[in-house]
Design a protein around this ligand. Sequence first.
Ligand code: NAP
Ligand code: MG
Length: 503
Amino acid sequence: MTTANDLALLSDKARAFIHRDKGLFIGGEWRAASGGGTIGVVDPSSGEEITRIADASKADVDAAVAAARRALGDSAWADLQPFRREALMLRLADAIEAETRSLAEIETLNSGKLIGNTMLFDAELPVHSLRYVAGWASRLNGETMDLSVPYLPDMRFSGFTRRYPVGVVAAITPWNVPLCMAVWKLAPVLATGCTIVLKPAEQTSLTALRLAELCAEVGIPDGVVNVITGTGAGAGRMLVNHPGIDKINFTGSTEVGREIAVSAARNFKKYNLELGGKSPLVITESADLDQAIPGAAWAIFGNSGQNCCAGSRMLVHEKHYDAVLAGVREIAGSIKIGPGLDPQSQVAPLSSRLHRDRVSAHVEAARASGADVFGGECLDGPGSYFSPAVIAGLDHGHSTAQEEIFGPVLCAFSFANDDEAIALANQTRFGLGASVWTRDIDCADRYFDALEAGTVWINTHNILDLAMPFGGDKESGVGHELAREGVLSHTRLRSGIKARPSR
Ligand code: NAP
Ligand code: MG
């Protein structure tokens, strides 16, 4: 595999950022980690170290939380009128929009992802996200109502509710859509008047650091946005356990999510968790195969399968099974695998060698169990390239069919009728996404009601929209991000009851 000379391909702006020293952004200032620790950042397409980031210590986490707490009560932020918070968010959106190309380049270099993908999802989607959520700043409202108070029939009361910022938010993000996730966490914080300490995944922290620079440039008051880098087991764990945190907004694996929920329960922090998945994609007897075959292939091969909702279990009606399996394998075999910065590449390297080893181990476990495996090879040479895999003949209870792999690995199964398909689809501890492919509206309705998932797609897969709440059932999460729910979950609701004069 030839790798592009990545740094030489970058715009001047992106290259200048890569060469700058990276620190922690605390209280509006940049500083090195107090213990002097740094972590190497590797380009997954070449395997080479491109820069180093700070490894935050306990003292740094304390300082970041203290800065966020100060800013929460400081009049520069607490008394800023909602329309001014909205204006700041719109200014930040403009600043990101002016830099989409360099942000996408930094993200591609850091995560290995395709430049087309980072342009759309890491650079442009945050702009829309900020603009969408900005409007909520001046539209947050409570309610008023006349109360009955049945045990005091001679008195009159009115009731009202008011929303306050929930407080200091600890935001922890994964490495698969780094800047998008950071902005999805930041936007409701700014709209509701909260403050934030963001810890991105150590592998892909670069765009979050650039985001911090942009926050300062557009005039977001010091301490409202703090970005600390470091490991999950170190800085991440210290942050979520910190008593100065009011709410945790986490996206990542189910295992870490479980640990966070237990820790949050100790002092009743609010939290929402966006976790893993093993999403079924059901191709029914009434499906349009011209649509369903490429739909199924890209539901798992898109972003190299590193999507939380990736359609990793494909269930196909027995009448179509052979045709669909052959069609998906044909697509898998013709995909051009290459570096993310090469616009010809269709699938980019996995996020790291370590991750590729994990993905490969799942494929090998399936092969060892006697399954029929197409693709799924580690490619020679530098970088962490891996060919898309399509596995048939696997027991549905096998770990490869049950565990989240987070790579381009599809497990295919056939079913004889809809009851069997629904039972198979729901045979998982996860409940993040699911899709059904059909031309029959009654069939679509039936699956929509029966599939156990936070999002159910019909004749599509993996589509998210800012106006749609996003969250998982079962072990895929607690609460929702995006839409109205995602904003309101950053508020604290207070009820007021007022005695009124009797008539
Ligand atoms: P991960 O290992 O759970 O890490 C996620 C984040 O948590 C990273 O920033 C990580 O830091 C940090 N972390 C790790 N251990 C921690 C701890 N004990 N306390 C606090 N923070 C800790 O997940 P990942 O491998 O980065 O991402 C893949 C996972 O994310 C998959 O399971 C995927 O399904 C899930 N995901 C879910 C969604 C969704 O919306 N539902 C979206 C995208 C991804 P370090 O990386 O620096 O260790
Ligand atoms: Mg990690």
